[in-house]
Design a protein around this ligand. Sequence first.
Ligand SMILES: *[C@@H]1O[C@H](CO)[C@@H](O)[C@H](O)[C@H]1NC(C)=O
Ligand SMILES: *[C@@H]1O[C@H](CO)[C@@H](O)[C@H](O)[C@H]1NC(C)=O
Ligand SMILES: *[C@@H]1O[C@H](CO)[C@@H](O)[C@H](O)[C@H]1NC(C)=O
Ligand SMILES: *[C@@H]1O[C@H](CO)[C@@H](O)[C@H](O)[C@H]1NC(C)=O
Ligand SMILES: *[C@@H]1O[C@H](CO)[C@@H](O)[C@H](O)[C@H]1NC(C)=O
Ligand SMILES: *[C@@H]1O[C@H](CO)[C@@H](O)[C@H](O)[C@H]1NC(C)=O
Ligand SMILES: *[C@@H]1O[C@H](CO)[C@@H](O)[C@H](O)[C@H]1NC(C)=O
Ligand SMILES: *[C@@H]1O[C@H](CO)[C@@H](O)[C@H](O)[C@H]1NC(C)=O
Ligand SMILES: *[C@@H]1O[C@H](CO)[C@@H](O)[C@H](O)[C@H]1NC(C)=O
Length: 797
Amino acid sequence: MSALLFLLFLVLSFQLSSSSIATLTEGSSLSVENPEDVLVSPRGIFSAGFHAVGENAYCFAIWFTQSPGQNRTLVWMANRDNPVNGKRSRLSLQRTGNLLLTDAAQLDVWTTDTASGSSVDLLLYDTGNLVLREVEGSILWQSFDFPTNTLLPEQVLTRFTKVISSRSETNHSSGFYQLFFDDDNLLHLLYNGPQISSVYWPDPWLVSWNAGRSTYNSSRLAVLNVLGNFSSSDDFTFMTSDYGQKLQRRLVVDDDGNIRVYSRKGVGDQWSVSWQSNLTPCTVHGICGPNSTCSYSPDSGRTCSCLPGYRMKNYSDWAYGCEPEFDLSCNRSESRFLTLNHVEFYGYDYGFFPNYTFNQCKEFCLQLCNCIAFQYYFFISSGSFNCYPKLQLFNGYRSPNFPGALYLRLPNSSSFSDVESIAKYSLACSTSSRAVLLHRTYSKDSVNGSVKFMLWFASGIGGLEILCILLVWFFLYRNKWQSRVDTQDYVPAASRFRKFSYSELKKATKGFNQEIGRGAGGIVYKGELSDHGAVAIKRLHEANQGEAEFLAEVTTIGKLHHMNLIEMWGYCAEGKHKLLVYEYMEHGSLAENILSNNLDWTKRFDIGLGTAKGLAYIHEECLEWILHCDVKPQNILLDSNYQPKVADFGLAKLLDRNAVKLSNFSRIRGTRGYMAPEWVFNLPITSKVDVYSYGVVVLEMITGKRATMDDRIMEEVDTQHRRLVTWVREKQKKGSAMTSWVEDILDPAIEGNYDVAKMEMLARVALQCVQEEKDERPTMNEVVEMLQKSNQENNDE
Ligand SMILES: *[C@@H]1O[C@H](CO)[C@@H](O)[C@H](O)[C@H]1NC(C)=O
Ligand SMILES: *[C@@H]1O[C@H](CO)[C@@H](O)[C@H](O)[C@H]1NC(C)=O
Ligand SMILES: *[C@@H]1O[C@H](CO)[C@@H](O)[C@H](O)[C@H]1NC(C)=O
Ligand SMILES: *[C@@H]1O[C@H](CO)[C@@H](O)[C@H](O)[C@H]1NC(C)=O
Ligand SMILES: *[C@@H]1O[C@H](CO)[C@@H](O)[C@H](O)[C@H]1NC(C)=O
Ligand SMILES: *[C@@H]1O[C@H](CO)[C@@H](O)[C@H](O)[C@H]1NC(C)=O
Ligand SMILES: *[C@@H]1O[C@H](CO)[C@@H](O)[C@H](O)[C@H]1NC(C)=O
Ligand SMILES: *[C@@H]1O[C@H](CO)[C@@H](O)[C@H](O)[C@H]1NC(C)=O
Ligand SMILES: *[C@@H]1O[C@H](CO)[C@@H](O)[C@H](O)[C@H]1NC(C)=O
């Protein structure tokens, strides 16, 4: 008997693994759960089936059956922007002639919207074309009419189709670059970004005939043939470098905005580029996002950097560009212009003003409230200087060949200089490969059904109880395990934590109307909860923080208890809504208090000491080694007694104490002005980056000056560095014998007595913290010890 059952299993499993389905017939379907459910073309060149694009996320795709290494070479996707779940999703050919992709047996995600009276079947051709065909041979639908980022040989690009790049190398959803025929009958490449769109190929300033194109043929067709000849009805043609040979080829609009043709000799070979649009890396629009410049870099091809005074908006993605760190006042006397040589921003001018003097151009910009820069340079063809006031800064690049300059408008009080933009981030940062996780709740019926069946089966066949019990146990266990994964409730990090509902928090904040701050990745609102009184509720930006980062923040903060660390009371995670509930700090942030001169010298010293204790705790005393990575006055909050509490661990990353690879940070974190040199020079990141930022904060607190200083002091400093640190060091060196040097740097706006020895110690410690060399900086624990010692000596007197 048991032998019989074994045989049954064998037959079953054999049937499952007998692979390659040639055609999908009416009424049948392909399941995401069965890896053998793959359509294969007659000669086996192409395969079509479900392809995993992330954790538990699948797309129905076509790929070259033989792909080099582990990675499939995908050529088409049905649902690139709507991946389906890894359970109970299927592609079905309905009896009506419609092809339908359902997600988790619940949602219709994609359909061909076809109907036929006669019988139809679905075939994959050896050209890579997936065809829905009626018995008589007529084609109802074909994938060649709906390209994604690839054109295969003989796949015609028409007026109705577009080739759209992937978002990144690892993210296959629709990206920003498109190849298509415009209404002028020309084949164009378009950057279609989150904020703007612009054509960059052929060069937008060329008339069509200068670009070698014709606008007269309105058929709008383009195709790459099997021999490697591409021709388009606007007269654009090219031949691949291996023209003539019969190779496997594919034309791809890559995620960097270039078109490339890849080819290879045989199955399993690597692909090589046999043609590419010879766009220099920075002529592709939008590549670095707004408010940033692109420059050529020999190793990575191109480097993006923010303009001085701007910071990266999304540290994992350059497409979002940079945002200003300052507020620009409309008052003309509060602006200055910074000269950026060899920098050009293309387009988005307020106008074009020929034969303007520099001062005329500058005046013009100053008079426009929203003029944020102007471009001014000599135009050889007209023999005059031209002026282009800018209202937006897109498509910026730096090139030694560009003769002109950009004049960037900045607040008069700022000290941003062009030197700062050496803090470039390589474009490599932009491919974030975090896996997507899809969450669906399943109705449990069918699993229960199979359990029931197994039970029935078990009682029906005697003598096999043990085996069946094992099987039932397996199914039950699997069911339980699945439901735990599927319902994905976050495990509370600590039991005193509470999970709040979104409606509860919305009510508590009266519909999020009292904003009290903006931190990394979210806006903080004041709220009132019946069991906690006043609370601060941080609402994370939609689609901003991934699940992983969110959970990291929750668990990090949940574990920390220290009088100088902000207390977290709970969280809310409901779909796209992610919120954190913190204790409310009466006196707001240190930044606000420095500005309003609320703090006397005793308070300032105590804030310096308290902050050091809080940071020392997260660095050294708790179980996991946690770096804050964004220490700045905005992240130090003051309670009713002006005791400091360190807040905002949004950027913190948990580090295993034993893990030595401290340089393993994939992204730049932190805020310009407070960032340690290690970030800029790509050196290993240790807890000393927090020590550096702490030092800058303390110097600001003592001097009352922003780390980004104003011009008045600049003149006194008379150094290239233009840094608060340099200024303070200079004062320390120049200090006279009569009085302490510290008196020269203390904020003159603060009245009242102070203890010279204590303030000197605080300043000296801060200077040690901002040493360029990280090993010369003390640890946070040493800082606490030094400050405490000076405090005690003082109290003993
Ligand atoms: C697969 O793709 C990844 C990411 O694009 C790449 O790093 C890796 O080298 C590829 N593996 C192979 C075997 O080509
Ligand atoms: C490539 O195709 C175009 C258009 O079909 C044709 O005019 C041209 O002669 C072809 N080139 C070669 C080398 O076959
Ligand atoms: C227009 O282009 C198509 C495709 O390249 C070509 O077949 C056709 O002959 C062209 N028509 C004219 C009038 O040149
Ligand atoms: C670019 O900078 C300008 C002003 O400096 C600002 O108004 C705009 O929002 C910035 N763009 C982005 C995407 O942040
Ligand atoms: C502009 O700023 C200057 C200096 O900050 C100030 O004296 C002047 O009153 C301001 N003008 C206006 C219209 O606000
Ligand atoms: C702004 O800076 C310019 C040049 O440094 C200076 O002449 C002007 O007085 C400053 N304006 C204000 C309001 O500080
Ligand atoms: C530019 O302006 C100057 C004086 O306004 C004038 O003499 C000159 O001819 C102008 N040049 C051009 C090219 O218009
Ligand atoms: C891929 O890019 C899209 C669009 O920007 C985004 O919504 C999605 O989350 C990304 N997926 C991954 C895995 O990063
Ligand atoms: C940053 O980019 C990543 C990848 O595209 C995206 O998942 C995330 O939501 C973005 N964050 C913000 C603040 O837009």
